[in-house]
Design a protein around this ligand. Structure first.
Ligand SMILES: [Zn+2]
Length: 267
């Protein structure tokens, strides 16, 4: 009896240690969520920010600096950054590879298949300088325009590593900390999803104790890739309901955490 009680106790203790470990692996929370919004849209300032602020969630806004809502509303973007959101780099002109099918819409002047890696990197550095002038920050993450990772047929991933903490890709997957590829962080691109599909992704991240990155464009309009404002609000409210289990943070914070965690683990 005495022995089996001891056995039971040690089993319980082992279980508690394990639970402790898994609860701790996203900055003290069980799972992580990053909300990212691409292409500098008016709706991000007008609809998304008030919804996030209501629940004090911080997100990443991947800004394309040549798009009018950036230049027209600089002071508002500055206030967004001062409030703890990340202004991410989504390039000056949103160049994309026009050589692949379905890319007939790409402006020939912004055809990445005709650019050199050096030209692209110069552009991204200037975008970083402009963003620093707005938010005063030297560290930020990048989002590949159109998810393209090559210029002139050559990968530009290595060339941008000195300029950024990390970069977001577009493959939909929930990641464990050691599965995060810092210069190709997976994300789910949301277009017309139902509230059930969105909350299921959150439940999956919690079940797996993983990192879930959402990629939004239009919220309540302004972009062909769109999510209704009411559905976006429902998702944010669901995140708030689950916030005890979730670390909701901008990409730069999550990437820095993953980096530190892996460097601490290296002897
Ligand atoms: Zn984009």
């Amino acid at each position: 009896m005495r022995l089996s009680l001891r056995l039971l106790l040690s089993l319980l203790l082992a279980g508690a240690t394990q639970a402790c470990f898994s609860d701790d692996h996203w900055n003290g929370k069980h799972a992580a969520v990053s909300l990212t919004y691409d292409d500098s849209l008016h709706v991000h300032l007008d609809k998304v920010i008030p919804t996030l602020d209501k629940h004090d969630f911080k997100a990443t806004f991947y800004l394309t600096l040549a798009y009018p809502p950036f230049a027209e509303r600089l002071d508002e973007w500055r206030a967004v950054a001062a409030h703890g959101h990340e202004l991410g780099n989504h390039s000056l002109f949103h160049p994309c590879d026009a050589s692949t099918p379905g890319r007939e819409w790409v402006d020939p002047e912004r055809d990445l298949s005709k650019w050199s890696v050096a030209r692209l990197v110069d552009n991204l550095k200037m975008a970083n300088t402009a963003l620093q002038a707005v938010d005063g920050k030297k560290e930020r993450t990048f989002a590949y325009p159109c998810g393209d990772m090559s210029a002139g047929g050559e990968s530009y991933v290595e060339a941008i590593k000195p300029e950024f903490v990390a970069a977001r890709g577009i493959k939909g997957r929930i990641m464990q900390p050691d599965e995060v590829s810092l210069f190709d962080i997976d994300s789910y691109m949301i277009n017309g999803s139902s509230v059930e599909q969105l909350t299921q992704l959150v439940d999956d991240a919690i079940d797996q104790g993983g990192l879930l990155v959402f990629l939004f464009h239009g919220v309540g309009g302004e972009h062909p890739l769109n999510l209704d404002n009411e559905k976006h609000t429902a998702l944010i409210e669901y995140l708030n309901k689950k916030r005890d289990q979730l670390w909701v943070a901008p990409m730069v914070d999550i990437a820095n955490y993953v980096k530190k965690r892996s460097s601490d683990a290296t002897p």
